[in-house]
Design a protein around this ligand. Structure first.
Ligand code: HEM
Length: 502
């Protein structure tokens, strides 16, 4: 899956607009820069602040890690008119997401996300407040609980079996695992959300993929609020984005209407059914669930759930191909556990202890959202003796934290064994491993995500041995990252499956 580099067309638009608006911005910049006790950071240029330092060939999380090595784990950057703080150590992450969690549990209002989410009617990108709290509670209790996740087990098993079947059909030739895994995960999310697969669902998924590609980019208007309207006019992105959102909105509304008008008893309950039931139950409450809430929550599940799980499966496979001893041990475990049964299902997944360590290690080195979803400070506060002004955007570089040699021996190596006798977990209480974030805004989809990652990996390991095409050696596998809504592989993972004859 290809994404645009977020920083590609900034220079052109920025130089044009800067000439027009130079005075206005300068005035605003100088008045906003009056806080003197900010965390350390690189020297800023007038108007653009530190933008020039992050428009480089390296990806934002790499660039922030390099800068943090010089300026420290709590670093201030000015991107355009907006103050950003970049957190790069477990201690500072704990300050932001535990000690001062309430101050940092807001999300910034970003132009394209506001359009997509019906002005923040969702969970992931909406402002902190009573409406968000109620919606999140409802979704966690009713939608993302263990019983509901279990109810989708047949869907997962069927979709993963279909994946295995189509790989068998390509026996001996190269398969594009990237395409197959994304399509499988979208298939699982689509069926869990909407019920049976149909044409409408496919159209929604392909339009939504285009939306995610644009969202993975960078919106310059968000960095210059004082000339936002002008920037929106100069750029064609907003118009293109609105058109795509109108398309997905139409499809989602049709799906909701179809659900409202059809016989629910005649089919298995899907997530749209659950949301419509909640809408009925809450229609007289202070914060009723609107159709916009339903549509934006469904989009959250696709955006937050599908890309992240796919990218984890693909990074896990890539690391195992690159480290054949790990692959052998993981295969031996899966084949031992399922050997007498003769096929893989979800019943024994909890016995795959080594595979669980492989997944943890994958999330340590390749967190799909390396800077987490941005937070915004609700009020002024002090961290580590520095002032953080209200409305500062905070990014936690969990990619850098996962590679911190103070916490991780041989931090750059892929060693699942490190978790063997360790209690470190990824659920948001161990601040050296935070792929799902922490605190009030921690990912509520962890139990939904885990089987979507474990089952395909277990099946791929059970049924096949894997070889790189064109005589490439394992260590030569290209591991370059591509920045987008999640950080995935830049190059599709293409491998030759060799079916295992039991
Ligand atoms: C490997 C899989 C996944 C990873 C690594 C992941 C990671 C994350 C991260 C880093 C955040 C932001 C946390 C923060 O701000 O501290 C987040 C938020 C969220 N995730 Fe996940 N996620 C995954 C799967 C899922 C799944 C499967 C779902 C739902 C089906 C989901 C739903 C959400 C939602 C709704 C939010 C927003 C929470 C809020 O703002 O209150 N995620 N996720």
């Amino acid at each position: 899956m290809e994404f645009h580099n977020p920083f590609t067309n900034i220079t052109f638009i920025a130089s044009f607009v800067f000439l027009l608006m130079i005075f206005k911005i300068f005035k605003r910049w100088s008045s906003k820069n009056s806080t003197t006790n900010l965390p350390p950071g690189p020297w800023t240029l007038p108007l653009i602040g530190n933008i020039h330092q992050i428009i480089s060939n390296s990806l934002p999380h790499h660039c922030f890690k390099n800068l943090a090595e010089k300026y420290g784990p709590l670093m201030h950057l000015k991107l355009g008119e907006i103050s950003h703080v970049i957190v790069s150590s477990p201690e500072m992450a704990k300050e932001v997401m535990k000690t001062h969690d309430f101050t940092f549990c807001d999300r910034p209002s970003l132009l394209l996300l506001s359009i997509l989410t019906y002005n923040g009617s969702d969970i992931a990108f909406s402002k902190y407040g009573e409406k968000w709290r109620q919606l999140r509670k409802m979704i966690v209790v009713e939608l993302l609980n263990a019983k509901r996740v279990q109810s989708f087990r047949p869907i997962r098993e069927e979709e993963v079996s279909d994946l295995v079947k189509s790989i068998y059909e390509s026996e001996g030739s190269v398969v594009n695992l990237t395409k197959m895994i994304y399509s499988m995960t979208y298939g699982i999310t689509g069926r869990a959300a909407f019920g049976k697969k149909n044409q409408q669902q496919q159209v929604f998924i392909s339009a939504f993929e285009k939306i995610l590609i644009i969202l993975g980019g960078f919106c310059i208007a968000d960095l210059f609020p004082s000339i936002k309207i002008l920037l929106e006019r100069v750029s064609s992105t907003k118009t293109k984005f609105e058109k795509l959102c109108r398309e997905t909105d139409g499809i989602l509304q049709d799906i909701i209407n179809d659900h409202k008008n059809s016989d629910k008893e005649a089919r298995d309950e899907d997530l749209v059914d659950v949301l419509l039931k909640l809408q009925q139950e809450n229609k007289h409450s202070e914060n009723p669930l609107t159709d916009d809430n339903i549509k934006s929550v469904i989009q959250d599940l696709f955006a937050a759930g599908s890309e992240t799980s796919s990218s984890t499966v693909l990074w896990g496979m890539s690391e195992m191909v690159k480290n054949p001893k790990v692959m052998e041990e993981a295969q031996a475990e899966v084949r031992r556990v399922y050997g007498s049964k003769g096929y893989v299902d979800e019943t024994e997944l909890n016995q795959l202890i080594y595979l669980k360590s492989v997944i943890k290690e994958t999330l340590r080195l390749h967190p799909p959202i390396p800077l987490l979803v941005p937070r915004e400070s609700r009020e002024k506060c002090q961290i580590n003796g520095y002032d953080i002004p209200a409305k500062t955007i905070v990014a936690v570089n969990v990619w850098a934290i996962g590679r911190d040699p103070r916490y991780w021996v041989e931090a750059e190596s892929f060693k699942p064994e490190r978790f063997e006798n360790s209690l470190v977990d990824f659920r948001g209480t161990d601040f050296e491993l935070l792929p799902f974030g922490a605190g009030r805004r921690v990912c509520p989809g962890i139990i939904f995500a885990i089987p979507n990652i474990e089952l395909p990996l277990a099946q791929l390991l059970y049924h096949f041995d894997w070889k790189l095409p064109n005589g490439l050696k394992n260590e030569e596998l290209n591991m370059t990252e591509q920045f987008g809504i999640t950080v995935g592989r830049k190059h599709d993972l293409c491998l030759i499956p060799i079916p295992r004859r039991a």
